[in-house]
Ligand binder design. Structure first.
Ligand code: GTP
Ligand code: NA
Ligand code: MG
Length: 454
């Protein structure tokens, strides 16, 4: 067995403290520098196992960390702002496990729900970081310990009660959503209950336990998934952009295998799968190597999963963010990999003659998330595609409306509505649901259907 590091996505509502949490872990890591530094990746950070051991202390062994060593954790931060559904979805797709961050005083918020749905749809297990416990009125930080289980015991009883109440609000909401959850110190079976770890990204309390729970879960339940024996080289595109001095680039998470500069890399555009040889594979330079801030990247000849990397190639223009990536050294396997991506894309793009709503989105991530959510609501989809709302979409919705007035609509997420489409829709009374919040978009549609029937 050769176990790669698990990929951990950090998801949650805006300002719940995702980045602060990572900064704190990184900071703790910097203090533990002699044990080996934390490496910066593109869109991610790698926490090596030596650092996890230091931060977790005796818990590391207790959680099974020493049994079959994972080499560390690759942690992806995601933005909480509502318009970044696509990045949350892509982060969620790459992840083996996730940290869902909730502000203890605010509880569930719209993007908490959205993140949870993404994890649900992708079947990604998760741990809850109930953050900002230092903001609970009367909270006292014990300077001697970072362990939250210790810290909770030493709080005044009214503070303990307040924490319990806030925690059980989250347990209650999760139970309505179909999850059993419990404060991690009361969890009996981590495979059946979602662990909630109270933390403070400000004081650092709870970091050892949060990391220990992640290590424990991945060690115990993910060995097979993480084993790299005979794994295809694959990943997912996070972003595609042109960069000064590099030309077209794609930021991606390499999920499995080894990517070599000489490999043929396969990625999807809207209408084709392309094969390219990267001009460069790039990693961020360590700070102390950076003489010129523009000189941010270090070219490498190969990189081993899991990793956040940037590849450069003029062929990447038009590649879809969220696209699967496969790479191979053997020309003979290119055709099979091409078919694999084609079939993956086929399940994303829908084009049928059956009755159903028309869905237009900005990226693969948001398209998948919305398709899944509509499916859960038993709303059939006739077309699911990336791109602006066109006149043709309106004409199709019109044809469907004649058979079913509730399905003859367009649901658009983060895309333009072309002028002639808008005009045609107005003339024919075709409803276009348009929202930047994936969750409200579905709600608006479902509520309209309900109200319209009543
Ligand atoms: P987005 O990336 O915008 O979605 O936000 P985020 O989830 O990354 O939150 P961020 O880390 O930017 O924190 C938002 C604010 O909350 C900042 O002002 C932080 O200083 C503050 N904050 C984060 N964690 C804590 C905490 O544990 N305690 C306190 N008191 N403040 C915190
Ligand atoms: Na923020
Ligand atoms: Mg952030």
């Amino acid at each position: 067995m050769q176990i790669r590091q698990p990929i951990v996505a950090v998801l949650g509502h805006v300002d719940s403290g995702k980045t602060s949490l990572l900064d704190k872990i990184r900071g703790t890591g910097v203090q533990a520098r002699e044990a080996g530094g934390i490496t910066q990746h593109i869109g991610a950070s790698f926490l090596p196992s030596e650092i996890l051991k230091k931060v977790c202390g005796p818990l590391y062994v207790k959680m099974g960390g020493a049994n079959q060593e994972i080499p560390g954790l690759l942690v992806i931060d995601t933005p909480g702002h509502e318009i970044f559904t696509n990045l949350r979805a892509r982060g969620g797709s790459a992840a083996d496990i996730a940290i869902l961050v909730i502000d203890v005083n605010r509880g569930f918020q719209p993007q908490t729900n959205e993140s949870l749905k993404i994890l649900q749809n992708r079947k990604v297990p998760f741990v809850i970081a109930l953050n900002k416990v230092d903001m609970i009125s009367g909270w006292k930080k014990n300077p001697k310990t970072m362990f939250i289980s210790q810290s909770v015991k030493e709080q005044d009883s009214f503070v303990q009660t307040a924490l319990d109440e806030l925690l059980y609000n989250v347990v209650g909401t999760l139970s309505i959503l179909g999850y059993n959850s419990e404060a991690f110190y009361r969890v009996k079976d981590f495979s059946k209950e979602v662990a909630i770890v109270p933390v403070s990204a400000r004081s650092g309390e709870g970091m050892p336990e949060l990391l220990a729970v992640l290590v424990g879960l991945t060690q115990q339940y993910m060995q097979k998934k993480l084993d790299q024996t005979e794994k295809k080289t694959r990943g997912i595109v996070l972003e595609v952009k042109e960069e000064i001095g590099l030309g077209m680039t794609a930021n991606m998470i390499l999920i499995d295998g080894t990517l070599r500069k000489s490999d043929s890399v396969l990625v999807a555009k809207r209408d084709s799968v392309i094969v390219t040889k990267p001009k460069a594979i790039l990693l961020p330079k360590p700070l102390d190597e950076m003489r010129d801030p523009r000189d941010k990247f270090r070219p490498v000849n190969e990189v081993v999963a899991a990793a956040g990397i940037k590849i450069a190639s003029p062929d990447l223009d038009g590649v879809l963010p969220g696209s699967p990536v496969y790479a191979t050294t053997e020309e003979s396997t290119i055709d099979d990999l091409k078919k694999l991506i084609e079939s993956e894309m086929k399940s994303v793009f829908i084009k049928t003659d059956t009755k159903g709503v028309i869905l237009k989105c900005d990226t693969i991530g948001s398209l998948e998330a919305l398709t899944d959510m509509l499916k859960k609501q038993n709303v059939p989809v006739s077309t699911a595609d990336i791109g602006p709302v066109t006149r043709r979409d309106v004409m199709e919705a019109l044809a469907i409306k004649e058979r079913d007035r509730h399905l003859g609509v367009i649901i658009a997420f983060n895309v333009k509505i072309l002028t002639d489409a808008q005009e045609e829709a107005e003339a024919n009374h075709i409803k276009i649901f348009h929202d930047q919040v994936i969750y409200s978009l579905i709600d608006n549609y479902v509520n309209w259907v309900q109200d319209d029937t009543a």
